[in-house]
Design a binder for this molecule. Structure first.
Ligand SMILES: Cc1ncc(COP(=O)(O)O)c(C=O)c1O
Length: 373
């Protein structure tokens, strides 16, 4: 079979281990999955109701333009409907943007250890990946990005910059002053688009954070990606949102598959966006859970990175493979981070209070069994 080396060497995106697999492999009945940054409250009850109502119409194709959803987003995020596109999860939108804006041989610029989908989608499209290192405290080094864009021999190949803000898996954010410093340098270019990936935007507590949407009026090369997989509780339905200049939305609508967001996803997303009570509760649960994790990890002497998402990354200080298997045997699924280059780290999503306690108890037991490196 003749295939491009970019395709044959592609390492697929590693998803969180499914609950049923852990039950099968480790013979445990009760499994707590805190591995995929999902909403521990489940979906919004209003979304479930909307799905029930839509079930009898499943023999029909969905609205290819997702009119109701696009207009619900217009209202929810205060942006013109002409500047909105929707995708089969934000992952699809990342993929589409790379295919639209980069020719093979051109590239994307991303911070090291950024959300891994940017790399996977770029490689699949035969598009180059350029990286800038993180700072020692795991934050995105914007001055390194500016330096790359001004001085690297590859600077003219960059067509897209992805800025996960906050980032997964580190949970760090880019303060507005640094975002603005970058925009000062590249915000007027029309051969380069800057994509803020704001999957965790709702959970941010840092006071010096600003959404990329703030800058869309001033800079015509700024785009924002959001998702309904996290605070809105619809990861299983796959709904992503792109806020972008009208011209970019037009391109996305040409390239995407016509029915990329299915009917149940569309109606559920409209209902979830309107359920402000649910969103508020989701954010509160995450903040309480994070504070609980911080206290407990500190008590265990485990270094962690303060997070603006719905998860926390921490250093087990041990052989993380051993730690992970021991946790799975206890029915707790967390996420090892080898593929991000973090050898001894795990990422733990916030669950319900009881799940958080069980995860901490399991970690505490495992840390007693397995000696630090
Ligand atoms: C930073 C970031 N962006 C995008 C996504 C993709 O989300 P989805 O495709 O479910 O919308 C994720 C998922 O974990 C993420 O962490």
């Amino acid at each position: 079979m003749k295939v491009s080396p970019d395709i044959s060497s592609l390492i697929p995106y590693k998803t969180g281990k499914p609950i049923a697999e852990v039950q099968r492999e480790y013979g445990v009945q009760i499994v707590h999955k805190l591995a995929s940054n999902e909403n521990p409250l489940g979906p919004s009850p209003k979304a479930l109701q909307a799905i029930q109502l839509a079930l009898p119409s499943l023999h029909r194709y969905p609205d290819a333009a997702a009119y109701e959803l696009v207009h619900a987003i217009e209202k929810h995020w205060q942006i013109s409907a002409a500047q909105v596109a929707v995708g089969n999860g934000s992952n699809e939108l990342i993929d589409l943007l790379i295919r639209i804006f980069c020719e093979p041989g051109e590239g994307i610029l991303i911070p090291e250890s950024a959300f891994v989908a940017y790399q996977v989608c770029a490689q699949a499209a035969r598009v180059k990946r350029f990286f800038t290192p993180l700072r020692k405290d795991f934050t995105v080094d914007i001055s390194a990005m500016i330096d790359f864009l001004q001085n690297s021999p590859d600077r003219n190949k960059v067509r897209l910059i992805f800025l996960p803000n906050p980032n997964n898996p580190t949970g760090t954010y880019i303060p507005s002053s640094e975002v603005e410093a970058l925009l000062e340098v590249v915000g007027q270019r029309d051969d380069l688009m800057i994509v803020f990936d704001e999957a965790y935007n709702e959970f941010v507590r840092a006071s010096d954070y600003k959404s990329g949407q703030t800058y869309m009026a001033k800079y015509s090369n700024v785009m924002v990606i959001r998702t309904l997989s996290k605070a809105y509780g619809l990861a299983g339905l796959r709904v992503g949102v792109l806020l972008a200049p009208v011209l970019a939305i037009d391109l996305v609508n040409r390239v995407r598959n016509p029915f990329n967001v299915n009917e149940l996803a569309q109606v559920a997303a409209v209902a979830a966006l309107a359920d402000s009570e649910f969103i508020k509760r989701s954010v509160e649960v995450i903040w309480q859970g994070l504070d609980y994790f911080y206290d407990e990890l500190r008590g265990l002497g485990i270094p962690y990175i303060p997070s603006q998402g719905n998860f926390v990354m921490f250093d087990t200080l041990r052989d993380v493979n051993q730690v992970n298997v021991a946790l799975l045997k206890k029915g707790v699924i967390l996420r090892p981070l080898f593929n991000y280059g973090f050898k001894s780290y795990l990422r733990m999503s916030v669950g319900l209070p009881r799940e958080n306690q069980l995860a901490i108890r399991a970690l505490s037991d495992v840390f007693k069994e397995i000696k630090p490196l």
